[in-house]
Design a protein. Structure first.
Length: 127
């Protein structure tokens, strides 16, 4: 005789269903940033928060203002190197869950990109 009792099904968090498209590993970090974006009405929104992970192509944020997926932002990253903020001219929100979101870096000038690469190279050993 077959067992016909119902079994509990564990629901999967929708954020886990999204495949990880990262091409570079993200390094855990903890430093401040400011970000700006436009809302649906074209109004400028400015937020601040903490960078929680970082690679040369993207970063994870814990911010004081939630972000919408696919929105674009400008960032000021306060790297712990004592220099002026690193400027990311354009980044796109890849995913968002409350005040946590991930960004793909789209546009930086060469000087800033080299500074980011140097920061990553000097703080995280290459394998």
């Amino acid at each position: 005789m077959r067992d016909t009792r119902a079994r509990a099904v564990k629901l999967i968090d929708p954020v886990q269903l999204v495949c990880d498209r990262r091409t570079d590993p993200r390094m855990p970090v903890d430093f401040g940033l400011m970000y700006s974006t436009l809302d649906d009405h074209g109004n400028l929104i400015m937020g601040d928060g903490t960078v929680v992970d970082l690679s040369s192509k993207g970063l994870g944020i814990r911010g004081n203002i939630p972000a919408s997926p696919n929105s674009e932002m400008t960032l000021l990253l306060y790297l712990p190197d004592g220099q002026d903020p690193l400027i990311v001219m354009e980044a796109r929100v890849a995913w968002s869950k409350g005040h946590r979101f991930g960004l793909e870096i789209l546009k930086m000038n060469l000087r800033e990109r080299n500074r980011l690469r140097y920061f990553l190279y000097s703080n995280f050993p290459q394998e």
